[in-house]
Design a binder for this molecule. Sequence first.
Ligand code: NAG
Ligand code: NAG
Ligand code: NAG
Ligand code: NAG
Ligand code: NAG
Ligand code: NAG
Ligand code: NAG
Ligand code: NAG
Length: 242
Amino acid sequence: MRLATILLSCLLTIAAARGTHRLFDVDGDHKLHTALVTRADKATTNSVREAFYAAKVVPDVLPSFDPTLLLNVNFTNSGLEDPSVTVEPGVLLTRNQTKFIPEFSISNITEDDGEKTYVVVQVDPDAHTPQNPDVAQVRHLLGGNYTTDGTAATGLALRNSSVAVSEWMRPSPPAGSDPHRYVILLYAQPDNFSAASIAPLVPVNASSSPLHFNLSEFAQATGLGLPVAGTYFLTGPDAASA
Ligand SMILES: *[C@@H]1O[C@H](CO)[C@@H](O)[C@H](O)[C@H]1NC(C)=O
Ligand SMILES: *[C@@H]1O[C@H](CO)[C@@H](O)[C@H](O)[C@H]1NC(C)=O
Ligand SMILES: *[C@@H]1O[C@H](CO)[C@@H](O)[C@H](O)[C@H]1NC(C)=O
Ligand SMILES: *[C@@H]1O[C@H](CO)[C@@H](O)[C@H](O)[C@H]1NC(C)=O
Ligand SMILES: *[C@@H]1O[C@H](CO)[C@@H](O)[C@H](O)[C@H]1NC(C)=O
Ligand SMILES: *[C@@H]1O[C@H](CO)[C@@H](O)[C@H](O)[C@H]1NC(C)=O
Ligand SMILES: *[C@@H]1O[C@H](CO)[C@@H](O)[C@H](O)[C@H]1NC(C)=O
Ligand SMILES: *[C@@H]1O[C@H](CO)[C@@H](O)[C@H](O)[C@H]1NC(C)=O
C-alpha cells in the first residue's frame, strides 16, 4: 500500500471508531493531519454558505444552499508563472488562470462521503453581462461519476470515470463586461442519474446548447436535488479586449 492509502485507512478507522466524527478535524491527538486541513482552516461550510447568499448565488442559481462538505477547486495552467491557484469563494481569476478544467477535492467529510459518487456542475448566471443576463445561465460543465481517489493536499481527490454530459468550457466573458460569477457545485449522484436517464427529461447532452440553462429546473426534473458543496470565482474579459 502507498503511504497515502495507509494514512487514509487509518483516518477512516479512527472516524469509524468515533461514529460521526469528521475526518479532517484537528483535535487533540490528530495534529498529525495538519496538512490535510489547511484549506478547511480558511473556508468553512458556514463561510461558503454566507458567501453564496451575499453574492446572490442564492437565489440567482440555487433556491437555497446548506453545504455539508467543502469543495476544493484547483486550477492549473503550466504556461503561467504561478501555475496553480486554489479557488476561495469570490476570488477574481484571469482567463488564463481558468483556461483548463480544474481539479476537485472534498474535505470536512465523513467516511460515507468518501464512498459516494458525485456530479459536478459549473454555471455562469451573468451572461452576456451581470447587468443583462439575457442568455443565462450558461452551462460550463456537467459531469457525473466522480469518485474519491486518494488524498490530495486539500482533502480527498475526486476523479471522473466517464465522458462528461456537458464538457468543460473555459470562462470567456465578452469585452467590456464586468466579471461574471462562475458557480461550481457538487451533488451526490442519485442511483438513477445517468446520461441516458436524463435525456428524456431535459434537453441536456454533449451537443445541446449550453445557453438558457436553468440549474434549479434541471435538478428538480432529474431528481438531482440540492448540492452538498460548492464554491464560486469571478472572471472578467482579458484586459487587452476590455
Ligand atoms: C464541517 O461540517 C459540519 C457539519 O456540516 C459543520 O458544522 C462544520 O462547521 C464544518 N467544518 C468546516 C471547517 O467547514
Ligand atoms: C496568457 O498566457 C500566455 C502564456 O501562456 C501569454 O502569452 C498571454 O499574454 C496571456 N494573456 C493575458 C491576457 O495575460
Ligand atoms: C493544484 O494541483 C497541482 C497539480 O496536481 C499541484 O501541483 C498543486 O500543488 C495544487 N495547488 C494547490 C494550490 O493546491
Ligand atoms: C472525464 O474523463 C474523460 C476521459 O476519461 C473525459 O472525456 C470526460 O469529458 C471527463 N469528464 C469530465 C466531467 O471532466
Ligand atoms: C456514468 O457512467 C456510466 C457508464 O459509463 C454511464 O452510462 C452514465 O451515463 C454515467 N453517468 C453520468 C451522470 O455521466
Ligand atoms: C441532444 O439533445 C437535443 C435536445 O433535446 C436533441 O435534439 C438531440 O437529439 C440530442 N443529441 C444527442 C446526440 O442525443
Ligand atoms: C429557473 O427556474 C426557476 C423555477 O422555474 C425560476 O424561478 C427561475 O427564475 C429560473 N431562473 C432563470 C435564471 O431563468
Ligand atoms: C429518479 O427517481 C426519482 C424518484 O423516483 C425521480 O423523481 C427522478 O425523476 C428520477 N430521475 C431520473 C433521471 O430518472
